[in-house]
Design a binder for this molecule. Structure first.
Ligand code: FAD
Ligand code: UDP
Length: 373
């Protein structure tokens, strides 16, 4: 048996939030993490005075004041506003889709002209008035065929490795469509990046005498023993792997990050540039110093290319693919989870949901409320 009340598997935002809240309530917590560092996919590391987002650009955004107040306990945030730019075969367009994008594409200068252009394209595409059945129909019904062709189709199909007609509509509804000259990628009330990076947030959450953390430890190397020894387990890895894929594999999308140091002060003039054509093998190029307004060395910058990749067992599962088939299979795994009453499944992988950071914190705090009510 063990002296701990909880075993938490994974040091991402879900596991760390749960650990912090449990320790606050006097519980003894053991945390294991299979990577050689804490913080999951929000991990950032300083290089040349620049906070490098090791697993892709992370911008915190929420409209929930409680979540915003909660995260600020662990870091001070800057005023960063995400305004990625799309590069389609050398043509640059502002994102999300807004009056700047429409003006560059069609020369229109008023919202009425932009609406008329989009409506005419929708009509010509003949997609009908029914609820969009897939991402392609959803995109065309929101912003017409030109933007779909230049800024969405190529990016989406390489990002997900599937045809846009086979992908769920909700993915594209994440992006705002605006008839104003506003390049803010998010509609949320609060937005920013922690000054000094994200890792400090998880460090502070786990900094408690009641919490012991071990990195480089994989739950599956000792699963049966952990289940026997610990009265309660919070598991934030893949739910299908937990059950040895016995009902079949859920699908995930993986990524490969290629990071390099470039000997210039300013490489691309923006933190995020999306490459929206089908041929460029990467989706985004991130220049990390712009997340902190150019802070860092003057003649050096750090750039990461993000390549989408097929997922197979053993690869990092960055995105759940929430189409109907996978969601149905996940429902079956949820039923199976009832046979493991001592285990709580949480986070992007444990709950198989395309969650952003604020949603993960919300899910963790909801789980905490239920746990300690
Ligand atoms: P994770 O961070 O994945 O943590 C799970 C942890 O569990 C990992 O550290 C993993 O190594 C560990 N683990 C798994 N299995 C085991 C095991 N068997 N044994 C031990 N440890 C295990 N969100 C935003 O809000 N804004 C953004 O701009 C944004 N950008 C993103 C960009 C990319 C490329 C990606 C992939 C995600 C982005 N997100 C963003 C989402 C954000 O990363 C997640 O919402 C959040 O990190 C999920 O936290 P988590 O704890 O659920 O999972
Ligand atoms: N998307 C696109 N073109 C872009 C940016 C996004 O078509 O330039 C689509 C794509 O399908 C993507 C989805 O919108 O998967 C959501 O984009 P977001 O930037 O929210 O993706 P994430 O940061 O989660 O990878």
């Amino acid at each position: 048996m063990t002296k701990y009340d909880y075993l938490i598997v994974g040091t991402g935002l879900f596991g760390a939030t749960f650990a912090y809240e449990a320790a606050k309530r006097g519980k003894r917590v053991k945390v294991i993490e299979k990577r050689d560092h804490i913080a999951g996919n929000i991990y950032t590391k300083e290089q040349d005075g620049i906070q490098v987002h090791q697993y892709g650009a992370h911008i915190f955004h929420t409209s929930d004041k409680d979540i915003w107040d909660y995260i600020q306990q662990f870091a001070e945030f800057n005023r960063y506003t995400n305004s990625p730019v799309a590069n389609y075969k050398g043509e640059l367009y502002n994102l999300p889709f807004n009056m700047n994008t429409f003006n560059k594409l069609w020369g229109v200068t008023t919202p009425a002209e932009a609406k008329a252009t989009i409506d005419a394209q929708k009509k010509a595409a003949n997609i009908g008035d029914h609820t969009p059945k897939n991402l392609e129909e959803q995109a065309i019904s929101l912003i017409g065929t030109d933007i779909y062709t230049k800024l969405i189709k190529g990016y989406t199909e390489k990002q997900w490795g599937q045809k846009a007609t086979d992908l769920p509509a909700f993915i594209i509804r994440r992006l705002p469509v605006r008839y104003t000259f506003d390049n803010n990628y998010f509609n949320d009330t609060y937005q920013g990046i922690p000054i000094g990076g994200y890792t400090q947030i998880v460090e502070k959450m786990l900094d408690n005498d009641l919490i012991d953390v071990e990195t480089g430890v994989d739950f599956f190397d000792n699963k049966a023993q952990y289940i026997k020894d610990y009265p309660r387990i919070i598991f934030t890895g893949m739910i299908d792997q937990f059950f040895d894929y016995q009902l079949g594999e859920l699908q995930y999308r993986s990524l490969r990050f290629e990071t390099s140091e470039v000997d210039v002060d300013n490489y691309q003039g923006n933190a995020v540039i999306n490459y929206t054509d089908a041929e460029t093998p990467y989706t985004r190029v991130i220049e990390h110093k712009h997340f902190e307004f150019g802070k860092g060395q003057k003649d050096k910058t750090i750039v990461t290319r993000e390549y989408p990749a097929t997922w197979k067992r053993g690869d990092e599962p960055y995105y759940p693919i929430n189409n109907k088939q996978n969601n149905d299979l996940y429902t079956q795994y949820r039923k199976l989870a009832e046979s493991e009453p001592t285990v709580l499944f949480g986070g992007r992988l444990g709950m198989y949901r395309y969650y952003d950071m604020h949603q993960v914190i919300h899910a963790a705090l909801t789980a905490v409320d239920t746990e300690f009510k």
